[in-house]
Design a protein around this ligand. Structure first.
Ligand SMILES: NC(=O)c1ccc[n+]([C@@H]2O[C@H](COP(=O)([O-])OP(=O)(O)OC[C@H]3O[C@@H](n4cnc5c(N)ncnc54)[C@H](O)[C@@H]3O)[C@@H](O)[C@H]2O)c1
Length: 258
């Protein structure tokens, strides 16, 4: 995929892993569309990334109509969508029973599944429809690439992570069937399962907590960088034989119970 001539949709593109990916894509010459709830950040990120090649759309990834309208906006502004990177997500924590043996509110579990899993599927299905209508770009007949973001919690969820782990496990599980569904159209699907990454979410924690988290990582003994996530997205875009796969990006970390 020639990044100098493509347009990419990045959900959650106003912060953390999504923003780092949008920046790397812009540096590689791509147009980017940021689908994110945060309108204030959308405005400033658009300026930072260059308003001529950046479109911010205020979108809740769970909302069918908002996503469909935003995709139309991207198509009319840039003409096509070759890459979609799903980074929008939340990371709630709640034990199934609290200290008083009261059950976790069901709404919290449902919200994590809605935003992380249903939201990723919603954007993927509507972007795939747009990609299916586009011309192929190479001898292999490629039309596009969808990259979803899971988490190592999708494999080894910690205490309090039932909802988050289930949402991310769902993303890992749907990667292969989604790639199989879209294979005949020349649309690839891959997933990245990051470990502990230095995004605003993590950097807001006290330093001793960050140090403790980094201490569990075998090598390199530090938090992962958003730029390292972005580099893997760019590799996935360039490597056409990579399809239907989830790649852990975690410094060999296996999460302990807590
Ligand atoms: N940071 C980590 O250590 C880490 C590790 C593993 C997986 N992840 C996953 O990576 C993804 C990005 O995480 P991050 O650390 O960059 O988080 P972040 O909080 O920095 O960014 C998330 C972005 O998603 C947006 N967002 C949230 N809900 C949305 C919705 N319903 N619709 C549209 N936009 C929405 C937010 O406004 C925000 O800009 C998440 O899916 C997260 O679960 C992060």
């Amino acid at each position: 995929m020639d990044l100098t001539s493509i347009t990419a949709v990045v959900t959650g593109g106003c912060s953390g892993l999504g923003y780092a990916t949008a920046r790397a894509l812009r540096e590689a010459g791509a147009n980017v569309a940021l689908f994110d709830l945060n309108a204030a950040a959308g405005e400033s990120r658009t300026v930072e990334l260059g308003a001529d090649n950046t479109l911010y759309c205020q979108v809740d990834v769970c909302d069918e109509q908002q996503v469909a309208q935003a995709i139309e906006q991207v198509k009319s502004r840039f003409g096509h969508i070759r890459l979609c990177v799903n980074c929008a997500g939340i990371a709630p924590a709640s034990r199934i029973l609290n200290r008083d043996n009261q059950p976790a509110p069901l709404a919290g579990f449902q919200q994590a599944i809605d935003i992380n899993l249903v939201g990723s599927f919603n954007v993927a299905r509507l972007v795939a429809q747009a990609m299916a209508e586009q011309a192929t770009t190479d001898a292999d007949g490629e039309r596009g690439l969808i990259v979803n973001t899971a988490s190592v919690a999708g494999y080894d969820g910690q205490i309090g992570q039932c909802a988050y782990a289930a949402s991310k496990g769902g993303i890992i599980a749907m990667t292969l069937p989604m790639a199989r569904d879209l294979a005949a159209l020349g649309i690839r699907v891959n997933t990245i399962a990051p470990g502990i990454m230095a995004t605003p979410m993590l950097l807001a924690m006290p330093e001793h907590v960050q140090d403790a988290l980094a201490g569990n990582v075998p090598y390199p003994k530090r938090l992962g960088l958003p730029e390292e996530f972005a580099a893997l997205v760019l590799h996935m875009a360039g490597n056409r034989y990579l399809n239907g796969e989830t790649i852990r990006l975690d410094g060999a970390l296996r999460m302990p119970p807590k």
